[in-house]
Structure formats: C-alpha cells, structure tokens
Design a protein around this ligand. Structure first.
Ligand code: COI
Length: 354
C-alpha cells in the first residue's frame, strides 16, 4: 500500500505522562483512506490531525453506519514498539462491517495502516507505568444522501491517543450496576459488532448507573433480562468456586480480544472456564453464599478491572471484601507483562513494529 505523508507544520506539546487520563489527548497526525464503489480503497495518507469537513447529508450522520476498533501500542523495556494481536481487531472490524453492510478493509491493510501511523507517531508512546498509546481505527459512510441503503463511499481513519487507566479507579475495584430496565442487544441484532450505535444505546443506562454512584452497567440479555452478558466497555468473568464463568459468544456479546486472551491464559493456568448462560439469580445466590470469589472485566481500554460490588434491584453484593482478588491480580500481571514486553510471550501475541 502506498501511503502519502503530509507533515504537520507545528507539533503539539506532549501532555504530562502521569496525568493522561483516557482519550483526552490526540497525536499530531492521523491516517485516512477512502473507499468508493467503483475503485475500492484508495488514497492512503498520513495527514495532520484535525477536523474533517462533512456534507450535512453525509449518511453516517443520519443512519449511523459506523464501526470502530480499539487496540494499543506499548514500548517494551528494550525500547521496541509492540502491538497486541492487531489482526484480531482487523478481523472483528470485517465482521462488524459485514453486519451493517459497510465496505470491508482487508486484514493486511488494516494492520499495515496501524503500523505505519504508530511508527510515524512513535514519540507519542508514553513510557510511564501503565500507560500506552491507544489506537482508534474507525470507518463511516461518507456518501452524502438521504435514504436508507448501503453507501457508495466509506472513509477509514485512525487516530491515536496516549492514555493511562480507563477508569478513575485505576486498577482498584469498580462498582457495577446490574441494569434491569434498558437492554443493550438481542441475538440477531448488532451486539457482537463494534458499531457506534451500540454505544449510543447504552448511554441512558450508564447515566442511571452513575447517578446511583456506580461506575458501569452489567447488561442482562435482551429477551429474558435474566442472563449476564457484558459490562459497558468490557466483557465480564466470574470466579464461582473454582470455575470461571463468562457469557458465550452467541451474537449479542462483543468478542473481546482481551476476553479471548484471558480465556487462553486461564486454561493454561489449569482453570476450568465455562462459556455459558449465567442467570443473575445464580450469580446473586453465589454472592450471598460466598461462592462468588472474584469478578473482573476484560477490555482493551479497561485491561483487567476488578469488580468489588454488584447492585441488582437494590440488593448489594460485595465481592472479595471490595479488594482485588489474587486471581484478578495474577491475570492483570500476566496480561500486562506480555503486552508491555516484560514477560515472555508464549502465545506469540505481541508484534514488534519494525
Ligand atoms: C476498548 O476497550 O478499546 C473500547 O473500545 C471500549 C471503549 C472505550 C468504548
């Protein structure tokens, strides 16, 4: 792929690495590439970061044909740049795009574009503990027009943001609100995709959770409002006695890259992992009787986030005395050790950008 480069005339002053927060700062350049029905992908370019002009009739603004991804670049102790399983993000974007009838970007082009931009912006990869460069590829229907049908043109963009922890709690336990009024997804819908509309639909419940003093929402399935699916920005896992239980991927749950990685690590550690329906009644009962030993969320942004409390219909369950449990900590240490290149990577998940 030929990538044209236009360098920014002035470069930004980089933020303090110890106070990055999440998604607050953006680097000097972005990657853009366009797709047209007649010619396919064309005009790959790295250009100065900045606003994109849009016709008011641009279809994404009306019918929400938009998908996105999230992955990170890390600096290892030897100073190399690492990506973590970028091909999984590429494949997930293809699956998301298939579902909402958008152009597909081949896996190799996705990875090449990510590598090119990250390499160009490598001075922005932070090195303070627990920081990384968050990579946000996204695509949208760029054709102007009113009428609901697949667009004739799409635009793919990648922006980069140096980040710290996603939650203000950092790696300390979060409080989770079990949502029993709003639903996120149903089988046959778009729950398994990373499309902007899924997140728009989730905001009302997120606001409600925050108003009640909770960090995130635990979604129940959209038909019975009974089976545990995922948390706002992460998949979720529960250690019940000696078994780890998480929702199966049956169409309404996001196939998380971190979820998949943690399942591999758990199985290699000798844990039994069950991907199955887990009813909220079973979960609350396990909490009441002390069988629910630990709970955590998994996600690229959130990494591994311990869950210290669940609130369902007014009943509160505290998990592991609202402290990070030993298994959660071990998973965090193993995963982040591999991602930041501090531990050996027996899975060959990390990719050095040359
Ligand atoms: C991620 O984990 O990368 C996400 O996209 C979650 C979120 C920030 C919406």
């Amino acid at each position: 792929m030929e990538i044209k480069i236009e360098r920014a005339k002035t470069l930004k002053i980089k933020p303090d690495q110890n106070h990055l927060g999440f998604g607050q700062y953006f680097t000097d350049h972005m990657f853009i590439m366009d797709w047209d029905k007649d010619i396919g992908w064309h005009d790959a370019r790295i250009v100065p970061y900045g606003p994109i002009a849009m016709d008011p009739a641009t279809m994404v603004l009306h019918y929400a044909q938009e998908t996105f991804e999230g992955l990170k670049a890390y600096r290892n102790p030897q100073g190399q740049i690492l990506l973590f399983r970028p091909e999984m993000n590429a494949r997930r974007m293809i699956n998301s795009n298939k579902r909402i009838c958008m152009a597909e970007l081949p896996e190799e082009m996705f990875v090449e574009a990510v590598e090119a931009l990250v390499k160009y912006e490598q001075d922005w990869i932070p090195t303070a503990p627990d920081t990384s460069l968050y990579i946000r590829p996204f695509m949208y229907a760029s054709q102007p027009g009113v009428g609901v049908h697949p667009a004739n043109s799409y635009r793919f963009i990648i922006i980069l943001s140096p980040v710290g922890a996603y939650y203000p709690e950092g790696v300390n336990p979060v409080k989770i609100w079990v949502e029993d009024e709003y639903v996120r997804a149903v089988k046959g819908g778009t729950g398994f995709t990373k499309c902007g509309g899924n997140y728009a639909a989730s905001i009302a419940a997120q606001v409600k959770a925050e108003q009640n003093g909770y960090t995130q929402v635990l979604w129940l399935d959209g038909v019975h409002r009974r089976y545990v699916e995922e948390v706002g920005t992460m998949n979720v896992m529960f250690l019940i006695n000696d078994t780890v239980v998480t929702a199966a991927l049956e169409g309404s749950v996001l196939p998380g890259v971190t979820r998949d990685s943690i399942i591999h690590i758990l199985k290699d550690m000798g844990y039994k992992v069950e991907e199955r329906d887990l009813s909220i009644d079973e979960l609350m009962e396990a909490g009441r009787t002390g069988q629910l030993k630990e709970a955590w969320g998994t996600g690229t942004a959130a990494v591994i986030s311990p869950i210290g409390e669940l609130c369902y219909k007014g009943e509160k369950i505290t998990i592991h005395d609202f402290k990070t449990g030993p298994l959660t900590q071990k998973l965090y240490d193993t995963l982040t050790g591999i991602q930041w290149g501090r531990l050996e990577d027996p899975y060959h998940w990390t990719k050095v950008i040359k």
